[in-house]
Design a protein around this ligand. Structure first.
Ligand SMILES: Nc1ncnc2c1ncn2[C@@H]1O[C@H](COP(=O)(O)OP(=O)(O)OP(=O)(O)O)[C@@H](O)[C@H]1O
Length: 367
């Protein structure tokens, strides 16, 4: 088992800085949880508290019904994989992988079998005699993972384990870690500031900002149902476009522009007509107008990026520059482009509180 429960966990450092503020979360046995957020939001602090490397200032941390706040790291049955691998440079791969068992005075034959098994799973069987200095970054990371795997701990903690790998290796190792976790079914808490990593790996992701949970949910929930402006902007690349404006009748008015809102959206938005709103729309919602659309806005093309399977156009409309993802591009585009606002998913946030007020899904037949 490896069920982790955070009850009102807070962490203040000696200088009084509160790095984690009233963190509450229940992690189920076998779940893959990704903590994601910008630098300094408290991800590593949370991981270090779970590992027992950082004192908990307030609240209870419970592993399988037992409060472990004061339990020393070695007694927690938790394995940590660090960003810098933390391998012993003067020991062979075999000894690095078997280290934790040697410390526990396991028999040589048991150590041999377990190292063989773990190195087989991680594909490092041919490297066992080498020293860490004779390995590539990806191989070192596998050794670090194998070292955790042999322990069959209750919980794996991983702190940005892929950040030292190049982009291609990162993608393949990402998939391997997920596969490994599914096979071993060990509860995993994984820290990253990379939202793509979080989206692709997590059963559930927890988005943090300034030591406070913003939202916890499946990648799908976080992407399609962000609870506030921060989550909406942090998850998704290029990020969701935000446009400040107001609802006037059945229109969303911004600068000198007005978007027609179908009744399904306009009616419930009437109650917010006295507020300043932020309209959120993801890049993939846009298209280049074919001349027959209703919500067409003319903008100036500032920049374009070719991503292989699509283009990202950066289109200036008044004060805002909108990122628009389109599949193909005509050479004839010059300075001016007419973009069409699709409304399959459109979001309205309160500018003052930054909370989500409404997520509308508009179909073709909505008027
Ligand atoms: N020993 C310390 N004393 C005071 N403040 C600290 C200490 N360690 C960390 N902090 C602060 O606590 C906050 C959270 O740090 P933490 O390392 O958990 O962030 P993080 O989200 O993991 O960031 P990164 O992605 O950059 O590693 C930061 O603002 C950091 O400066």
């Amino acid at each position: 088992m490896g069920k982790l429960l955070f009850k009102n966990i807070s962490k203040s450092y000696a200088n009084g800085f509160c790095a984690v503020n009233n963190f509450n979360l229940e992690i189920q046995d076998g779940e893959f949880i990704v903590l994601v957020g910008p630098s300094g939001c408290g991800k590593s602090t949370i991981l270090r508290m779970i590992a027992g490397l950082e004192k908990i200032s307030d609240g209870d941390l419970i592993l399988d019904e037992k409060v472990i706040n004061k339990c020393p790291p070695v007694e927690r049955d938790i394995a940590v994989v660090f960003q810098d691998y933390a391998l012993y440079g003067n020991m062979s791969v075999y000894d690095n992988v078997g280290m934790s068992m040697r410390v526990r005075h396991e028999k040589d034959t048991v150590i041999y079998d377990k190292v063989k098994e773990a190195s087989g799973i991680l594909g490092i069987g041919s490297l066992l005699k080498r020293l860490p200095g004779q390995l590539s970054g990806g191989q070192k990371q596998r050794v670090a993972l194998a070292r955790s795997v042999v322990r069959k701990p209750k919980v794996f903690l991983m702190d940005e384990p892929l950040s030292n790998l190049d982009a291609k290796l990162r993608t393949s190792t990402r998939a391997e870690i997920v596969k490994l976790q599914r096979e071993l079914k060990v509860t995993t808490v994984y820290v990253t500031h990379d939202q793509t990593e979080a989206m692709t790996m997590a059963d559930r992701m927890v988005v943090l900002k300034d030591g406070i949970i913003q939202q916890a949910g499946t990648p799908n929930e976080i992407y399609y149902e962000p609870c506030n402006l921060f989550v909406a902007g942090f998850i998704g690349a290029p990020q969701m476009n935000f446009i400040e404006g107001r609802v006037v009748g059945s229109r969303f008015v911004f600068g000198s522009h007005a978007l027609y809102l179908p009744k399904k959206i306009a009616d419930p938005l009437k109650q917010y007509s006295d507020r300043e709103l932020i309209l959120g729309i993801r890049p993939e919602q846009f298209s280049i107008s074919n001349g027959e659309d209703i919500n067409v806005i003319e903008g100036e093309l500032e920049n374009k990026e070719f991503l292989g399977n699509c283009y990202i156009l950066y289109v200036r409309i008044g004060e805002s520059v909108l990122a628009c993802q389109i599949e193909s591009m005509e050479d004839s585009f010059d300075e001016q482009v007419n973009i069409h606002f699709g409304m399959e998913h459109i979001y309205f946030f309160d500018k003052e509180t930054t909370e989500l007020l409404m997520h509308a899904k508009v179909g073709e037949n909505d008027e």
